[in-house]
Design a protein around this ligand. Structure first.
Ligand SMILES: *Cc1c(COP(=O)(O)O)cnc(C)c1O
Length: 346
């Protein structure tokens, strides 16, 4: 890996971050807070939240078995993705490389930040080759984006290729593990110490059932985490979110049960989809959704909408012609989808 300084935008490297009242006074013993121009009434919403989310990181650290100093928390993983561009990529100079197809936010953030986005097509098994991704890089490539299990294809990327890429690329490799809870593959969190150039993204939006609270996690070396913390909005994770996340962490067993159920439901749903006359090909999934190639994705999508059932039409995405992406729901929701699909006459 190149020295972190040479991967970081010079203005960010030398940036002196905004120092909030809550940053400057950290002790807990005080009882009179007259430092932040808050309203003394309307407890507890009157107080600014902890800018560094100490309590939440301490709990997460236990569950994820990663020291708190390796954790960044943001307003969804989307905040972390955007901050990575802003920290490391110089507009109109640097570029990033990503697999294609994948999660759309990487390209959107690249476009917003005016960073060249280089796509490398996956193969027919939706896998990538480390050599091909490396061949797309040059001296201005700061980040490579991988997503495993990948969205919208649903499959885990090959671990051997990910490791090969991480070892041979001298920039930063982002591994988005938004769906890792549903996969049998071990998380790359276990490899954080081994690979100083890896950034693992996870989220409360999927397995944790908390898309509404907007809480995303980035795990990386303390040096990388410090840079993200330096440029984030001071109070980027609000108090209600921190509180709800703490409560979810105390109900960890429940999330494990949801995941187990959803994996079973995924199996049932896929088995039934395989029998449908309009199914052309079903792709194996390691996530809480699956991709299915159908006879006419656009027609079936509209047909389902008329029945009040919304799936994701991925027809216009690379390698996903005539594909629908189906999220696994409750038993009842899945049955309603299947019933509608069985009645479809193309
Ligand atoms: C859903 C999803 C996320 C989650 O984003 P949040 O901003 O945390 O809700 C991240 N990455 C991928 C690939 C996703 O599909």
């Amino acid at each position: 890996m190149k020295p972190l300084q040479s991967l970081t935008r010079p203005n960010i490297w030398k940036l002196k971050p905004y120092s909030s009242a809550r940053d400057e006074y950290k002790g807990a013993a005080a009882s009179v807070f007259l430092d932040a121009n808050e309203n003394p009434y309307n407890m507890p919403h009157n107080r600014y939240p902890d800018p560094m989310q100490h309590d939440l990181k301490a709990e997460l650290s236990k569950i994820k078995k990663v020291p708190a100093e390796n954790i960044f928390l943001g307003n969804g993983s989307d905040e972390a993705i955007d901050l990575l561009f802003r920290a490391f990529c110089e507009p109109r100079v640097d570029n990033v490389v990503a697999i294609d197809p994948t999660y759309g936010m990487y390209q959107v953030c690249a476009d917003v930040n005016d960073i060249e986005y280089r796509k490398v097509l996956l193969d027919e098994h939706f896998q990538f080759s480390a050599d091909q991704l490396l061949a797309a890089t040059d001296e201005h490539t700061k980040l490579i984006f991988l997503c495993s299990p990948n969205n919208p294809t649903g499959n885990d990327l090959l671990r051997s290729e990910i490791e090969k890429l991480v070892r041979s690329f001298d920039g930063l490799v982002v591994v988005d593990e938004a769906y890792n809870d549903f996969s049998e593959a071990p998380s790359f969190l276990e490899e954080l110490e081994k690979y100083p150039n890896i950034i693992v993204l996870q989220t409360f939006s999927k397995a944790w059932g908390c898309a509404a609270i907007r809480l995303g996690m980035a795990f990386a070396s303390p040096e990388i985490i410090d840079i993200l913390n330096k440029i984030k909005y001071p109070y980027n994770v609000n108090r209600l979110t921190q509180k709800q996340a703490m409560e979810m962490l105390s109900r960890y067993y429940e999330i494990e049960r949801w995941v187990k159920t959803l994996k079973e439901e995924r199996g049932l749903l896929e088995a039934e989809f395989a029998k449908l006359p309009c199914t052309v090909r079903l792709f194996p999934s390691d996530a809480n959704f699956f991709l299915v190639c159908v006879t006419d994705a656009v027609a079936i999508y509209s047909y389902l909408v008329k029945k009040g059932i919304i799936v994701r039409n991925r027809h216009s995405v690379s390698l996903c012609g005539n594909c629908l992406r189906v999220t696994v729901g409750t038993r009842l929701e899945n049955e309603m989808l299947l019933e509608a699909m069985r009645e479809y006459r193309g």
